[in-house]
Write a protein that binds this ligand. Structure first.
Ligand code: NAP
Ligand code: MG
Length: 401
């Protein structure tokens, strides 16, 4: 069989620990036998980030802007323990944070739904994709403890020196204060990425804030979304047969619990933090969650939502067998290859991605899976496979399909 050819390279961002081990297995068993894989390789493993003073992360993000599609392995975000473990020169920032900032992107997380792993919420038949605004609000706050009686004010000083004031509260005793902000530019990028991704995946888009209470702050989010929708996306949505739906955040939460799924839920930063953990745990397993960063210009970076699975890596280093789930990492590759196929008009590449995803799901539905899934499946007569056996089994399923 002739291998599928590519024209434009994928930006390949290698990573750390157990996911780096899976990365190589996936390439060797599931990709290289079938595709003349063309990638521009960036090693984002922590050692190489340290050697290059993290320049490699910046370079990989720039390459993503240039080519349009990247696939990323999970990477270590350094903390104090990693400083000693890897003899780091500095506590390098989270690569995901750096890449997201450079691409001005929004992260969309979606569960991979498979028969035998049922969501806790019975009526969720299709995935719910969560989009979290990743800038500002409480994550860039300024806080103060108020020691006793006094007046708190919000003051804005314009460049020409003119001031606008708003009384926050006349304190009678001790209390607390918090200042938060956001920018129109960031909200616009968020809105554009959401509309673009909804069109791309042909799913309805839901957005919610608390604009009835927050008549300026949250209302601005609502207005920016509405303006961009009217101006740039309304007709395209109608053509695609999808809907943009705005409601209050508490109403959205209630509706999500009763919904069938199959839509994108765009959330402000804090709502997204909280709700993405709820949605992902209710769908079963972090190891079955994909993540794609989409820029307002339509640049895509695909990855698994989970981390480097450190605990399994230490077992692997000690020579013990691991049963680490590679599904989300496989879907990062297939997501990126499918997008590359779409952009370059290579149908076989997109079809390969579809078929490899079906083979992965069929393997699980046939009762062959890693331990994390075996622990939660409703299927009977399950065979628990180790990390490598599972990937080899997917290859077998693919070749038999
Ligand atoms: P993690 O790697 O997601 O793993 C946490 C636990 O979840 C694992 O110990 C394992 O549970 C389970 N798990 C996650 N993925 C799994 C998989 N594919 N198969 C089977 N089980 C899986 O999170 P962490 O241990 O908190 O973080 C490890 C490193 O990853 C950190 O250095 C962190 O900075 C980094 N991280 C990177 C990203 C990213 O690059 N996007 C995201 C998050 C974290 P059991 O141990 O019970 O089997
Ligand atoms: Mg969280």
């Amino acid at each position: 069989m002739e291998k599928i050819k590519m024209t434009t390279p994928l930006v390949e961002m290698d990573g750390d620990e157990m996911t780096r081990i899976l990365w190589k297995m996936i390439k060797d068993e599931l990709l290289l036998p079938f595709i003349e894989l063309k990638t521009e390789y960036y090693d984002l493993g922590l050692e190489h980030r340290n050697e290059t003073n993290d320049q490699v992360t910046v370079d990989s993000a720039e390459a993503t802007k240039k080519y349009g599609v990247a696939v990323k392995c999970a990477t270590i975000t350094p903390n104090a323990a990693r400083m000693t473990e890897y003899h780091l020169k500095e506590m390098w920032k989270s690569p995901n944070g750096t890449i997201r900032a450079l691409l001005d992107g929004t992260v969309f997380r979606a569960p991979i739904v498979v028969k035998g792993i049922e969501p806790c919420v019975k009526n969720w038949e299709k995935p719910i994709t969560l989009a979290r605004h990743a800038y500002g609000d409480v994550y860039k706050n300024t806080e103060m403890k108020v020691p006793g009686p006094g007046k708190a004010e919000l003051v804005f000083t314009a460049e020409d020196g003119t001031q606008t004031r708003e009384v926050i509260h006349e304190f009678k005793g001790a209390g607390i204060l918090q200042g938060i902000h956001n920018t129109e530019a960031s909200i616009e990028s968020f809105a554009k990425a959401c509309f673009k991704f909804a069109l791309d995946t042909k799913q309805d888009l839901w957005f919610a804030t608390k604009d009835t209470i927050s008549k300026k702050y949250d209302h601005t989010f609502k207005d920016i979304f509405a303006e961009i929708f009217e101006k740039e996306y309304k007709e395209k949505f109608e053509e695609a047969g999808i809907e943009y739906f705005y409601t209050l955040i508490d109403d959205a939460v209630a509706r999500v619990m009763k919904a069938k799924g199959g839509f994108i839920w765009a959330c402000k930063n804090y709502d997204g933090d909280v709700m993405s953990d709820m949605v992902s745990s209710a769908f079963g397993s972090l190891a079955m969650m994909t993540s794609v960063l989409v820029s307002p210009q339509g640049v895509y970076e695909y990855e698994a939502a989970h981390g480097t699975v450190q605990r399994h890596y230490y077992k692997h280093l000690a020579g013990e067998e691991t049963s680490t789930n590679s599904v989300a990492t496989i879907f990062a590759w297939t997501g990126a290859l499918r997008k590359r196929g779409e952009l370059d008009g290579i149908t076989e590449l997109s079809e390969f991605a579809d078929r490899m995803e079906r083979a992965t799901l069929k393997t699980i539905e046939d009762g062959k899976m890693t331990k994390d899934l075996a622990n939660i499946t409703s299927l009977k007569n399950v065979t628990v496979l180790n990390s490598e056996e599972f990937i080899k089994e997917i290859r077998k399923t693919y070749e038999e399909m």
